[in-house]
Design a protein around this ligand. Structure first.
Ligand SMILES: Cc1ncc(C[n+]2csc(CCOP(=O)(O)OP(=O)(O)O)c2C)c(N)n1
Ligand SMILES: [Mg+2]
Length: 322
């Protein structure tokens, strides 16, 4: 088992709980009718995002999807700006004009959040190619789902990234469903990771609920990319513990699958690892309490914030010509 030092474990735990508490808070606000927006739950996928973001440096780039809360908060978008955007307020990352599915915050490296399945991969190549040309040493990580791996852009992007040895990491969060369709009903390949070989690329499949698999896999991919050794495809096996989006039915998930994902829940597993590494219950509870206080303050700030002005409607949307 590869070692992860205690400081890094604390960092990963803090990021994981930030993702989870944000998810819990969002669902609570939706249930209470305090907000009414689209939200794609990340329950069950917290560790994948948190460990991946913990393996990057602050200056590195990330491209994510509508189910991107994990990457966005774990990479460090300031909470007030994140909640502001989700609630459509002028204080948001995109002045409230993007919403939950289009969060962009270049200051923290969240370069694009896209709702077009698979579209993030070529965008990530572009960012990585810019870094390669500029010699700025940045690495770009793009997160996408198992369903996205069947979009043409996935294949084009993998080929091009390997051809040019781009400093990019393709992180497929295989949560075993694409919308309402189970993996076996949308994909014949036994794994997504094995497709890397067809492009001459390194591909690995890891248990995304095991910190000792997901963190070292991303870390190694980051080191390879930064050293000019090219891209890596990582398939992180995980579970989407709720419906496709908040409020959507998930009765199509078979009971055995629900049982399996409860057993594999990354949160109790990570907590156990922390306790085994001599973190105390009190210490871990204090980390969560601090996060909850920050989230409560950020939500209060976002709820009280103004909506964007009407004259903002075309700004940042169309190119302004003289
Ligand atoms: C190009 C395109 N096709 C279809 C859709 C509709 N759609 C939205 S989410 C989704 C499922 C994607 O599944 P996956 O890539 O596994 O991501 P997950 O939602 O599981 O995170 C689909 C088909 C879309 N947004 N874009
Ligand atoms: Mg999926």
């Amino acid at each position: 088992m590869p070692a992860i030092d205690r400081d890094k474990l604390r960092d990963i735990y803090t990021r994981t709980m930030k993702v989870n508490r944000t998810d819990e808070k969002f669902r609570a606000l939706l249930m209470q009718g305090k907000v009414a927006v689209m939200y794609y739950c990340v329950r069950g996928q917290e560790l994948v995002s948190a460990a991946a973001m913990a393996a990057l440096e602050p200056q590195d780039y990330v491209v994510c999807t509508y189910r991107g809360q994990g990457e966005q908060t774990a990479k460090g978008i300031p909470m007030e700006k994140w909640w502001g955007e989700c609630l459509g307020k002028a204080t948001g990352t995109c002045k409230g004009k993007g919403g939950t599915m289009h969060i962009t915050d270049p200051a923290t490296g969240i370069m694009v959040t896209t709702g077009v399945v698979g579209s993030g991969l070529p965008i990530a190549n572009g960012l990585a190619m810019a870094s390669q040309n500029n010699g700025d040493g940045r690495v770009t990580l793009v997160s996408f789902g198992d369903g996205a791996a069947n979009i043409g852009a996935f294949h084009e992007a993998l080929n091009m990234a390997q051809l040019y040895k781009l400093p990019v990491i393709f992180l497929c969060q295989n949560n075993r469903y694409g919308e309402h369709t189970a993996y076996a009903d949308h994909t014949a390949s036994p794994s997504i990771a094995m497709r890397a070989e067809g492009y001459g690329m390194k591909g690995v499949r890891v248990d995304g609920n095991d910190v000792f698999q997901i963190y070292p896999a991303v870390k190694e991919a980051v080191e390879r990319a930064r050293a000019g050794e090219g891209p890596t495809l990582i398939e992180a096996m995980c579970y989407r513990m709720m419906g496709h989006f908040f409020g959507s039915d998930f009765s199509y998930m078979p009971p055995e699958h629900l049982e399996e994902m409860k057993r594999e829940d990354p949160l109790p597993k990570l907590r156990k690892v922390m306790l085994e590494h001599q973190f105390t219950e009190e210490e871990l509870d204090a980390i969560v309490a601090e996060i909850d206080a920050q989230i409560d303050a950020a939500v209060a700030h976002a709820l009280a914030a103004p909506l964007p002005d009407v004259d903002e409607i075309y700004r940042d949307v169309l190119e302004e010509t003289a």
